[in-house]
Design a protein around this ligand. Structure first.
Ligand SMILES: *Cc1c(COP(=O)(O)O)cnc(C)c1O
Length: 374
């Protein structure tokens, strides 16, 4: 059996190991230390300003962003349906209820027309949602011009789940830089990794400070242990922050490589009948974190499941596009606006091995296996 080709394995660059060991040797083996501050500062610089708070996961960042926006038990939060479960779990942690919004075909992300409908209906009923949570999937931004305008019009806070979109841009601005707060993930499969970890970003220093306080068990700056409210143990370890800072330094190269992997797939597969790629709207710069294909004909010569099986038989990992959250048993009682677009993307879409470290030979194996199915 040839060696397994993974979907998106952790990518280690020269310097990562040294950075980690340097933090280890410094003695700061704790969720405090100079590497955390350095990582947060470098991250904020990458975002073009603002304030970053390093956390134990992207899910923790989302949770704190929603809490900071004032999301309370019983509230509604409008959320993209085409996403990983973490997007909606963070809403549930607040005791709030997700209301799901379908994708648009242009970006595969939240459909602004359906968001407008959901907001208008709620405004008429006199019960606006506590927040809108937009997800930028697979390294590509949603239509932020339209979404920001709607949130401003109804004065509803916008939270960005940018877990998959570090380094993506929309109209030249970075993913995560549009809303009140945003969440990034450094899980092992993401563009940069700290083994597990996340970052919360805000343009506002006080908001970031409050998130940092909530992430540290809501401990008040007092000599004794003084607490007025429930906090969380969400801070990132200094060791992992050192790794994260080292990984962040190579971000442009990582994006360049992922985009090159995508280009190669596009050149090699575009002629196959009924096969298309996740579109990239003109105002968006995708990182192509994952290369996604869609089998989109009435009468496809091959079913998506058969492609995944054929790749698996060659020891190649491929996955279907996210199962929409409104289709999850967990959220079966939640309202959804539309849903058919995300359902189609999920049942007809496949994510291909997309690592920036993918060798030409391994990519050729993926390409040949796929072509062999048609
Ligand atoms: C990975 C991911 C998360 C969660 O990040 P973790 O760091 O694993 O907690 C949230 N939302 C989306 C869309 C993700 O892909």
């Amino acid at each position: 059996m040839p060696e397994r080709v993974y979907l998106s394995p952790p990518e280690v660059f020269p310097g990562d190991r040294e950075a980690l060991l340097e933090a280890f040797d410094s003695g700061w083996i704790a969720p405090v230390g100079p590497a955390i501050e350095a990582f947060e500062k470098a991250f904020a610089e990458f975002m073009g300003g603002g304030y970053a708070v390093a956390l134990g996961s992207g899910t923790a960042a989302l949770h704190l962003a929603l809490l900071d926006a004032g999301v309370k038990p019983g509230d509604e939060v409008l959320c993209s349906t085409l996403s990983f479960v973490a997007s909606a779990n963070a809403i549930a942690y607040c005791g709030a209820r997700p209301v799901f919004i379908d994708s648009e075909r242009e970006s595969w992300n939240l459909d602004p027309a359906l968001l407008a409908k959901a907001l208008e209906e709620r405004a008429q009923a006199g019960a606006l949602p506590a927040a809108v949570e937009v997800v930028h999937i697979y390294g590509q931004c949603a239509n932020m011009e339209a979404i920001c305008a709607l949130c401003a019009q109804y004065n509803v806070p916008l939270i960005e789940d940018a877990a998959e979109a570090l380094g993506a841009r929309c109209e030249g601005r970075p993913a995560g830089g549009f809303g009140r707060m945003s969440a990034f993930s450094f899980n092992g499969n993401k563009l940069i990794t700290t083994a597990g970890g996340g970052m919360l970003w805000s343009a506002d220093q006080e908001q970031a400070q409050r998130a940092r306080y909530l992430a540290s068990q809501a401990r008040l700056p007092d000599r004794g242990y003084l607490h007025e409210e429930t906090g969380y143990n969400y801070r990132m370890s200094n060791l992992l922050a050192a790794l994260g800072r080292s990984q962040l330094a190579n971000l442009p190269e990582r994006i360049r490589r992922r985009r090159a992997v995508f280009e190669r797939y596009r050149e090699a597969l575009s002629d196959l009948p009924g096969l298309s790629f996740m579109p990239e709207p003109a105002e968006c710069e995708s990182t192509r974190w994952l290369t996604c294909i869609l089998l989109d004909t009435e009468d496809p010569p091959v079913e998506p499941e058969a492609l995944i099986d054929a790749l698996e038989a060659e020891n190649i990992e491929a996955r279907s596009v996210w199962r929409p959250l409104h289709c999850q048993p967990l959220f079966q009682d939640c309202q959804v606006y539309g849903g058919a677009v995300a359902e189609k993307l999920s049942t007809r879409g496949i994510c291909l091995p997309s690592s920036g470290m993918l060798t030409r030979d391994d990519q050729d194996r993926v390409i040949e296996t796929l072509r062999g199915c048609f």
